[in-house]
Design a protein around this ligand. Structure first.
Ligand code: GLV
Ligand code: GLV
Length: 325
């Protein structure tokens, strides 16, 4: 009889992680590009000891309770708002994630999107390809906004928010931040100043969001908050879609109440093709790819695999979200 423990992996992760898992366990990988349905997940984890999940898999009580032997849910992301932590805790199931390794990747992407919207990088690319470049050079062609000497407001000064601020510092930006707790080290390192949310929104030229999604942050940026921003300011987010009220953002962009926005996350993902935001010129968008560089995704897969291995061999995992039962 085969008594190797079973691991269900909900997507084809990078091979580095799979190799580790295959050393000790029977590994069942969902190899289709599109995610497995809830029904499929429930069937595949019936006798699984571990599941490796993506942020787009809804791991609610119904799913968790379909797996009586489950010991660990390892999430290939830093965020875990898709997982019912309460049920996991009640069942004594570990939940782990992949912090730290994706901090730089994520901040790189936010910064790239910030530069892209400020300097109209995507619009310029489309312009040339569309054959609209008919005058060689003009002093007012595609004017954008400078970074140097402007103010970058960081909402949520955790690992990624701080990494974003550091990059802003490198571009000689002034840093404001809004965070539940003060971050004295960060203040020293980046000359960052802690302010309340309204002050940050009023004074920043670029506002970048880096909070997790929870009851306190859902709809944090609504019409009233957007109205506080400068007409020349930009909003950037690769946090989670529901932190911003998309309809309010649409109105603010359409009415040029703010200058522009850059989003890697949406209210629903994939965002509907007819999302009105996509009709606007003053926004750049991406399909939730902030942590997507090869080295980072490989390391994320290794972290999940090592935590699953630890738990199934009776040890403590490293990156605990739920544990210490
Ligand atoms: C990405 O959004 C993550 O949470 O890792
Ligand atoms: C621009 O191309 C310049 O030479 O200033």
């Amino acid at each position: 009889m085969n008594n190797r423990k079973k691991v269900f992996v909900t997507r084809e992760i990078l091979p580095e992680g799979l190799e580790i898992l295959r050393k000790n366990f029977d590994v069942d990988v969902w190899t289709e590009y599109a995610p497995p349905s809830k029904k499929i997940i429930k069937t595949r984890i019936k006798d699984a000891d571990a599941i490796l999940t993506m942020l787009s898999d809804k791991i609610d009580a119904e799913v968790i309770n379909a797996a009586p032997k489950l010991k660990i849910i390892a999430q290939l992301a830093v965020g875990y708002d898709n997982i019912d932590l309460k049920t996991a805790k009640e069942r004594g199931i570990y939940v782990t994630n992949t912090p730290d390794v994706l901090t730089d990747a994520s901040a790189d992407f936010s910064f790239a999107q910030m530069l892209a919207i400020a300097r109209r990088v995507v619009e310029a690319d489309k312009y040339v390809r569309a054959g609209k470049w008919e005058v060689a050079w003009h002093p007012s062609m595609m004017l954008g906004a400078p970074l140097r000497g402007t103010t970058l407001g960081i909402i949520g000064a955790g690992r990624i928010g701080q990494a974003m601020a550091k990059r802003g510092r490198g571009f000689d930006m002034n840093i404001l931040y809004f965070n539940r707790s003060a971050k004295p080290e960060f203040e020293k390192e980046c000359g960052a100043k802690r302010v309340d949310l309204d002050t940050l929104l009023k004074e920043s030229d670029f506002v970048s969001i880096h909070v997790p999604l929870n009851d306190q942050t859902r709809s944090l940026i609504n019409a009233e908050k957007l109205a506080l921003m400068k007409k020349t300011a930009y909003l950037i987010s690769n946090a989670r879609g529901p932190v911003i009220e998309e309809k309010a953002l649409y109105e603010a962009l359409k009415n040029h109440q703010i200058a522009g926005a850059a989003l890697d996350v949406f209210y629903t993902e994939p965002t509907p093709k007819d999302n009105p935001l996509l009709e606007l010129d003053n926004i750049v968008v991406a399909p939730h790819i902030s942590s997507a560089n090869t080295a980072t995704r490989a390391r994320m897969s290794i972290m999940n695999a090592e935590d699953i291995t630890a738990v199934l061999l009776g040890e403590k995992p490293k990156n605990i979200v739920v544990g210490n039962f």
